[in-house]
Design a protein around this ligand. Structure first.
Ligand code: FE
Ligand code: FE
Ligand code: FE
Length: 162
C-alpha cells in the first residue's frame, strides 16, 4: 500500500515503534540477567516494566489514525538487539560486561528517542493530540532511562577500569 500522506507515514512509523517496543519486552529480561551490578540490573528491570506500559501507549496512539494497531518489524531494533546478543556471548569480566551492556542499552534508548521525536513532530502536525501526549510520555521515559544509564556508567566504568 503506497504511503501518500503524512498520516500514512505516521501510521507506518507507529507500526515500526510498536515492533521495536515488543522486541524490547522480549530482550530486556536477558539483558537484565547478564548484568552483575545490582543497580544496573534493577535499572533494566525497571525499564522492562516501563516498556510494557509503552507498548500499551503505542497501541492507544493508533486510535486517531483509524487504522489497525499492527506491528511491522523494526529492522533497526533487530540489528541493535542482535549486536547486544552477540556481545553478551563474549567472555568478559563481569564489570567489563556491565560497561558493554550500558553501551548497548544506550544505543537502543537513543534510537527510541529519535523515533519518538519524529512521531511527536508528525502527531503535532497532524493534530493527533492524544497520540502526541502518549508518545511524548514514552519519549520522556526513554530520556530518563538514558540519563539513569549515564549515571550508573560512572561507577560501572570505574570498576571495569580497575
Ligand atoms: Fe521504549
Ligand atoms: Fe525502526
Ligand atoms: Fe527504552
Amino acid at each position: 500500500m503506497p504511503l501518500q500522506t503524512l498520516a500514512d507515514a505516521f501510521h507506518d512509523e507507529l507500526r515500526d515503534v510498536l515492533s521495536a517496543e515488543k522486541q524490547l519486552v522480549k530482550a530486556l529480561p536477558k539483558i537484565a540477567k547478564a548484568a552483575s551490578s545490582v543497580d544496573l540490573r534493577a535499572a533494566f528491570e525497571k525499564h522492562l516494566a516501563e516498556t510494557k506500559t509503552q507498548v500499551e501507549r503505542v497501541e492507544q496512539a493508533f486510535e486517531e489514525t483509524g487504522k489497525a494497531a499492527r506491528a511491522k518489524t523494526c529492522e533497526a531494533m533487530e540489528g541493535l538487539l542482535a549486536e547486544a546478543a552477540s556481545m553478551m556471548e563474549e567472555e568478559a569480566d563481569p564489570e567489563v560486561m556491565d560497561a558493554i551492556l550500558i553501551g548497548c542499552a544506550q544505543k537502543v534508548e537513543h534510537y527510541e528517542i529519535a523515533t519518538y521525536g519524529t512521531l511527536c513532530t508528525w502527531a503535532k502536525q497532524l493534530g493527533y493530540t492524544r497520540a502526541y501526549k502518549l508518545l511524548k510520555a514514552n519519549m520522556a521515559e526513554e530520556v530518563a532511562t538514558d540519563e539513569a544509564l549515564t549515571g550508573l556508567s560512572e561507577t560501572v566504568n570505574a570498576e571495569a577500569n580497575s
